[in-house]
Design a protein around this ligand. Structure first.
Ligand code: C5P
Length: 424
């Protein structure tokens, strides 16, 4: 049976229910996935309630008494999920569950080829033929285009079925922002010497005779060519690889003339600050307006980064910081990812934060380590389970929950796991 047939089988199970509880993750992928599921259930007249959660704790699992549709979570908790449920989760797991639509069972990479929203869409498209725009938003929110600089696999087919336009353009985020800001805060790729140095960015643009206040979209073709070739020159002289440099130009995705990353970022921040239901409503109504919230989110993240950098420490070459109860557990991973890119770490970065269940741990690693065999999802799961917690995620980005006071022990076990994976 292929993934499409399995999606149909799961749709059949859903269709037989009178009432469904959707349990979804609070990030953009979970939010869009739940919106797709809700739209589909409404269409076939099945009553549903939605729970947007930060992670799947034992408490949440024990509290669900109705038939449940788990979205963007569940693969890490297969043993705790009974038969009265279906799972559409793209996180890696090789544990079998009869009612899980797990892309990895079909040789499909859940990190790049399909997201949880995409999986929910495969199921939902059996009930109605709405377009796959939200599924693409989920995939982009999950950074599924990051590895290859474009969407691949099933995501590519979903793209064709969506309102999202594919364009060839500079891939740096912020094409509507003033140029100096766009290049100073570019992270994929980072422009050395300019990164976070607004003055250097202004100097660079003035030297090549470009009005730095203009946005990329306002530039002429000639100006765009000039900026691109000068940026590439910087990267070449700094010795970056061809693969790294070519990421600067390629596919970008737009919805109604807006970079789809804007929408995904908005949903992520709304969901992670505890307003998941509002974010789902936005998706269903296709009304994405949350500029004020986004502004607040950005300023909070800046404060968190500043705090985390002061707390950075090292354990046998692995960097980590403890956000205590200052950094919100839902965004501590985002903070770790940003610091990893900013500081260009060549080792994994671990981040801790307190929450009501214990300690949230987030791990992020540079992709070249993944190519050498690193799998943070397995390392986090193993290390957390040894301490009575749980964990999972992706090869380059994973998370866990462990009991309070176990941070040091976690570092030791995690370090051993990483050494084992990379045979150091
Ligand atoms: O929370 P954070 O951003 O660090 O999560 C990174 C990845 O790890 C996400 O895909 C999340 O679903 C996963 N994760 C997990 N189990 C946890 C915490 C996070 O599978 N306990």
């Amino acid at each position: 049976m292929g993934i499409i047939e399995k999606a149909r089988e799961i749709a059949g199970i859903i269709e037989r229910q009178d009432e469904i509880c959707i349990v979804t993750h609070c990030d953009a992928d979970g939010i869009t996935g739940a919106a797709i599921a809700k739209k589909a259930l409404d269409e076939i007249g099945i009553k549903c309630e939605i729970k947007v959660v930060r992670y799947l704790s034992r408490k949440i699992l024990q509290g669900v008494d109705k038939f449940t549709w788990f979205i963007d979570l569940g693969n890490g908790n297969i043993a705790g999920i009974n038969g009265n449920a279906v799972i559409t989760d793209h996180h890696f797991s090789n544990e079998y569950h009869e009612r899980a639509l797990n892309p990895f069972y079909y040789g499909i990479d859940g990190e790049t080829e399909i997201s949880a929203a995409g999986l929910a869409y495969l199921v939902a498209s059996n009930f109605s033929d709405f377009d796959a725009t939200l599924a693409i938003m989920g995939a982009i929110g999950d950074l599924q285009d990051l590895r290859f600089g474009r969407l691949t696999g099933i995501n590519r087919q979903l793209l064709k079925n969506s309102k999202v336009e594919i364009k060839k353009d500079i891939r740096i985020y912020g094409r509507k922002k003033p140029l100096y800001k766009m290049i100073a805060y570019a992270t994929d790729p980072v422009i050395p010497g300019i990164f976070k140095r607004v003055r250097n960015a202004i100097g660079f643009l003035s030297r090549i005779d470009i009005d730095y206040k203009k946005s990329w979209n306002e530039c002429s073709r000639e100006e765009k060519k000039k900026i691109l070739s000068e940026l590439i020159k910087i990267l070449v002289t700094k010795g970056f690889s061809y693969d790294y440099i070519t990421r600067i130009f390629g596919e970008v995705y737009e919805l109604d003339g807006e970079d789809i990353r804007e929408y995904a970022t908005l949903l992520n921040s709304i969901g992670k600050y505890g307003y998941g239901m509002e974010a789902i409503k936005m998706c269903i109504e296709e009304k994405f307006d949350g500029k004020n919230l986004l502004k607040k989110h950005r300023s909070k993240i800046c404060n968190y980064i500043e705090y985390a950098k002061k707390k950075l420490d090292e354990y046998k070459g692995i960097y980590y910081f403890h956000g205590g109860n200052y950094i919100m557990d839902t965004v501590v991973g985002t903070v770790a990812g940003m610091i990893l890119r900013e500081e260009d770490f060549s080792t994994p970065l671990l981040a801790f934060a307190e929450n009501e269940e214990g300690i949230k741990v987030s791990a992020r690693a540079p992709y070249n380590l993944v190519e050498k065999g690193l799998n943070l999802s397995i390392a986090m799961k193993n290390a957390a389970e040894m301490l009575g917690g749980n964990g999972g995620g992706h090869k380059a980005a994973a998370g866990a929950i462990i009991p309070k006071g176990m941070e040091e022990r976690f570092l030791q076990i995690f370090d051993a796991e990483i050494r084992n994976q990379l045979t150091l």
